[in-house]
Design a protein around this ligand. Structure first.
Ligand code: DOR
Ligand code: ZN
Ligand code: ZN
Length: 421
């Protein structure tokens, strides 16, 4: 019932502070120095205690694509990555566009019982962009947002109607921004490296046009929207400018967009293939700026595990996506905090507090009375990323061989230890 964490350095909203944390009945009961309790105790000396990390954009693939990932393997990977809570996208088979699939995912979460899993329902039936999904019924069954992720809702009127309807249920649209006509089969960023490799490029404009449209809808209707996986410097600028006008827009990006550039595609390694594509240095730099100034609220993984057979094919035929849930924290810490771009509380805000706020989830903060979701990390432990060691079925990462700092030691959900290094 009780769990005491002694001598850790807590990453609080107000700054970092050494203190003990007592968890009881699934909640944070007490934060103080020198707590004494007769219960299971973790010695966290020399370690940092973060609010449980929340990944609001993952693909768990179940039901239907269990060869790529399932709710068990995805949950094991999530807690190994330090995540106490994830939100899973609906592009499964069948698509999560009705209450039955939402309930199925919730049921499987209870069976697996590792991290919390919040289903995201589809905006349109079958993610086909034509008819609205059963949004109200999905909310009642436990969906926390709606998205046609993997695709944009190309018909702006359907998007408008879905936004208005979903808003009535207090659900936000999470927008995958991609004008599919303009993408026209592109597989990488359009630029010098697409010309060099002969791989078909996709313009920044394909993403920016849809970001601009969804912001325009949010502004005209005065309804909040959330922009998924921003990859362009110009997209960051659109969101910054909208926020400055008071538009209710929030946004996320992923480690691959603030670390990599499209120089990596010259290897023709299909683990570099992702949608939207990694772009150029000025995009990467603008995304870091956007994370610093709060234009980009959240760091997510867009964890997109694929089977070997989906990736060990010609670049043009390979599936889009990267398996990211086990590398997100160390990459973010190494490339954003160790480089002096973000402080630890700012990193915790992007990886826990803000995702909770954007979707109205519990958790996100270490404070008395909050749920007992915590991640204990050794920030000094250095290691080399090796996808053979992933618990995820998806070994598809472009980060193999990268040296990172920050190893998850314990992942605690509702006061229970769900992962121990
Ligand atoms: O790279 C991606 N993979 N982008 C998406 O939008 C979908 C995702 C997937 O489901 O594999
Ligand atoms: Zn997407
Ligand atoms: Zn996605």
């Amino acid at each position: 019932m009780k769990l005491l964490i002694k001598n850790g350095t807590l990453v609080l909203r107000s700054g970092v502070k050494k203190a003990d944390v007592l968890l009881n009945g699934g909640k944070i009961e007490k934060i103080a120095t020198d707590i004494k309790a007769d219960c299971k105790t973790i010695d966290a000396s020399g370690k940092h205690v973060f609010p449980g990390l929340i990944d609001m954009h993952v693909h768990l693939r179940e039901p239907g694509y269990e060869g790529k990932e399932d709710i068990l393997s995805g949950s094991q990977a999530a807690v190994a990555g330090g995540f106490t809570q994830v939100c899973c996208m609906p592009n499964t088979n069948p698509v999560c566009d009705n209450a039955v699939v939402v309930s199925y995912i919730k049921y499987r979460q209870q069976q697996v019982n590792l991290c919390r899993i919040n289903p995201i329902g589809a905006i349109t039936k079958g993610e086909e962009g034509k008819a609205m999904a059963d949004i109200g019924a999905m909310k009642e069954a436990g969906a926390v947002a709606i998205s046609d992720d993997g695709k944009s809702v190309m018909d702006s009127n359907i998007m408008r109607l879905a936004m208005e309807y979903a808003h009535g249920f207090n659900l936000k649209c999470l927008c995958h921004c991609e004008d599919i006509n303009l993408v026209d089969g592109g597989v990488v960023n359009e630029g010098y490296n697409s010309t060099l490799t002969g791989l078909k490029g996709s313009l920044r404009a394909a993403e920016d046009i849809m970001i601009a449209r969804d912001i325009a809808l949010a502004e005209s209707l005065d309804i909040p929207v959330h922009i998924c996986h921003v990859s362009t410097y110009s997209g960051v600028e659109l969101i910054r400018s909208a926020k400055s006008r008071g538009v209710k827009v929030t946004a996320e990006t992923c480690p691959h967009y603030f670390i990599l550039t499209d120089d990596i595609i010259t290897s023709f390694d299909t683990s570099t293939k992702v949608n939207p594509p990694v772009r150029e240095a000025k995009d990467r730099d603008a995304i870091i700026e956007g994370l610093k100034d709060g234009t980009l609220d959240c760091i997510v993984t867009d964890h997109a595990p694929h089977a070997l057979k989906d990736k060990q094919v010609e670049y043009n035929l390979a599936a889009f996506g990267m398996s990211g849930i086990e590398t997100s924290f160390p990459l973010s810490y190494t490339y954003l905090v160790k480089t002096g771009r973000l402080t630890l509380p700012e990193l915790a805000e992007r990886m826990s507090y803000n995702p909770a706020k954007v979707l109205g989830l519990e958790g996100g903060e270490i404070k008395e009375g909050e749920v007992g979701d915590l991640t204990i990390i050794d920030l000094n432990e250095k290691y080399v990323i090796d996808s053979n060691k992933f618990l995820s079925k998806g070994k598809n990462t472009p980060f193999n061989g990268f040296e990172v700092c920050g190893k998850v030691q314990y992942t605690i959900v509702g006061g229970d230890i769900k992962y121990k290094a």
